[in-house]
Unconditional design. Structure first.
Length: 254
């Protein structure tokens, strides 16, 4: 069942997503550098679409997103792609119909990540590949310093447990998955001011939550200025930092 509020939020961000997707472009490159993408590719949480032209063995792409607005952008950017409006936790695809799965910074929003992994397993062919980049715990410490409440993200051990393993370096004979690589990398992006930092989150459809017990919309001018000064205090010569911990998981269905 689609969460309409989440879908609407991401749909609203669709038209200006590319203005604020600095992190997404960084993680997409890292994810693709280690990816085996072939045949029928499912891009889960596709946003406005991703170019896969450098993967010559990809024959066709199904772009999947919870937000209809994002899929409208896909139709404009990549008219050759098939599009599918559904939740990652309930993929509207036949079993054993996909050769490879790609998902860049989308599955952290799933309420039930193991269910999403089960769905990926169901639609993948045997020996099919799965490549995921997921925001993990420890992310966005600067927002907490500035008094913003942030989402709670899963740890790598928790994410790996959905694949039936405790440690990627220790293969499990009982799992349906072979985890080829699992690592967490810190990625820091920089901004000229607090407003652009917040839009880097809101602009891609996510949210920084609340500021203390008040929403950003009703912050007083003095409270907002206080946070602007705090943010300036965090700045380096590169700008105001925003730090993410990104979990990269590369796995193959047995």
């Amino acid at each position: 069942m689609l969460d309409k509020s989440v879908a609407d939020t991401f749909s609203h961000a669709a038209s200006f997503y590319k203005q604020h997707d600095v992190l997404q472009r960084i993680t997409a490159k890292a994810l693709q550098d280690n990816a085996t993408l072939t045949g029928h590719l499912a891009d889960i949480g596709c946003g406005p679409g991703t170019c896969f032209k450098h993967f010559s063995e990809v024959s066709n792409v199904t772009a999947i997103d919870i937000a209809a607005g994002m899929l409208e952008q896909v139709k404009l950017n990549y008219p050759q792609y098939a599009i599918l409006n559904c939740d990652a936790q309930s993929l509207m695809l036949r079993g054993n119909s996909v050769d490879s799965v790609y998902s860049n910074l989308a599955l952290q929003w799933c309420e039930d990540f193991p269910k999403a992994v089960n769905e990926i397993e169901r639609v993948l062919v045997d020996n099919g590949f799965c490549h995921l980049a997921i925001v993990a715990d420890g992310s966005l410490p600067e927002l907490q310093t500035l008094g913003f409440r942030t989402n709670q993200f899963a740890s790598m051990p928790s994410l790996l447990s959905a694949f039936g393993v405790k440690d990627a370096s220790i293969p499990s004979c009982n799992s349906s998955w072979r985890v080829l690589q699992a690592k967490v990398e810190k990625v820091t992006v920089y901004f000229d001011d607090l407003r652009s930092l917040l839009y880097s989150i809101k602009g891609v459809g996510a949210s920084a939550g609340q500021v203390g017990n008040q929403s950003r919309a009703i912050l007083s001018k003095s409270a907002w200025q206080e946070r602007v000064l705090l943010a300036q205090g965090l700045a380096s010569e590169k700008g105001i930092p925003l730090t993410y911990h990104i979990a990269y998981i590369h796995a193959q269905k047995r």
